[in-house]
Design a protein around this ligand. Sequence first.
Ligand code: LRH
Length: 485
Amino acid sequence: MAVIAVDLGATSGRVVLATVADGSVALTEVHRFSTAARQTDDGLRLDIEGVFAEVQRGITAAVEAAETPVTSVGIDCWAVDYGLLDADGALLDEPYNYRDPRTAAGLAAVRERIGHEELYARVGIQDNAINTINQLMHDATSGRLARAARFLMLPDLIGYWLTGRAVAERTNASSTSLLSPVTRDWDWDVIDRLGLPRGVFPELVDPGEVVGTITVGAAAGVPLVAVGSHDTASAVVAAPLLRTGDVYLSSGTWSLIGMELDAPVLTEAASAANLTNEGGVDGTVRLLKNVMGMWILSEALRTWEADGAPEELTDLIARAAHVSDAPRFDATSPALLAPGDMPARVKSLVGGDPRLDDPAMFTRSVLESLADAYRDTVDELVAITGHRPGRIAVVGGGCLNWLLCRLTAERTGVAVTAGPVEATAIGNVLVQARATGLITGTLDDLRRIVMNSFPLTHYLPRPTEELAVITALSNEFGADPAFTR
Ligand code: LRH
């Protein structure tokens, strides 16, 4: 049986056709397209109707390519962004992208009504300008929200266009800062205190629920299943975590590094560490931190290309491996959030060090700084949860960055497994497959299917010392027939 996953990342989207059989899963990407926001006279906006047209093209290609009937479709997307519908159900205007600077004014307006400590104790979300709450507050003060009858997170908006049913999937709703991780319902008290209209917030659904039957396009008649529609929630489903305390690092535009827990941690210590409690699949909590990710490098590549000195990532990583003493900076700095001249901004974070003009030194500096931020976050997670990780499971595009994986293992002192690259689409597929009865089981069972289906690469924290120990052991026992047998 075949399943279609629509997976929308911050720069590109893809539609994947998957088969799930005999305890393993196989994916074929049938369509890829840009999801990049564009700078308009009225802010950084997303042509979501154009994205929907590409989604439909992908679904058509998937249905045509499928050799067995398609049993369901699921959608995941980056978090925090949303569209507004008018009273007739029509899209009000193009959604804003979370990197638009309007969030600063929205954040200030939220703060006037509710302090961060109190907000954190209620919703458990890290202080980050990009959060939906800040965007919505800006809409409330600008008058945009007054024209809206419905608020829909982006994957729910696409689901609405496919099925006609408007819902809010819980994992993504948790990224709004307007959902209580304790009651798992909208936090009406926070919503009221901010003066946001209650009526715009849709009914909540959980991953695994059928949203409705698709009524338009090539998949008409097929059920749309809610998955972890926050892409990070889907990625964590497919992260090969083996035991409590293992750390996932979903490495793409952002680095989302954290632990999967049974309950939220809303303490002052968690707030001080700026950890976030987002909703996961099966009622889990993803206690994690948003650290900048490959965005720093992809923006730098864009700048170098515009300056007529293009670079290529694989080559840069190879050159960066031979650089030493790279300066480091805070890879969680909000100064890195907006699009624009990334080399200049990073350089100013390291006091204008001219060595950063060398792209290989720049790259090493970025990777070292990311590894530092991962170590700090792992330390905070250990201190706050009391769990020690046996491994860090790096999933997503960044798992191909071997230098970053190596530095992560060395800096944190924890073994790294890298893979699968397409964790988000895989998590999306597995939750659908379970919902429609193609497979059964807990998250552990789903992760066993992942480990059964995709190769993982291992990075040890102290490779040289460990090789020496293994060599010494085999020298000592190698001649012993009992050992070799
Ligand atoms: C990753 C991601 C992340 C959010 C950010 C907006 O794609 O969804 O989890 O914080 O984008």
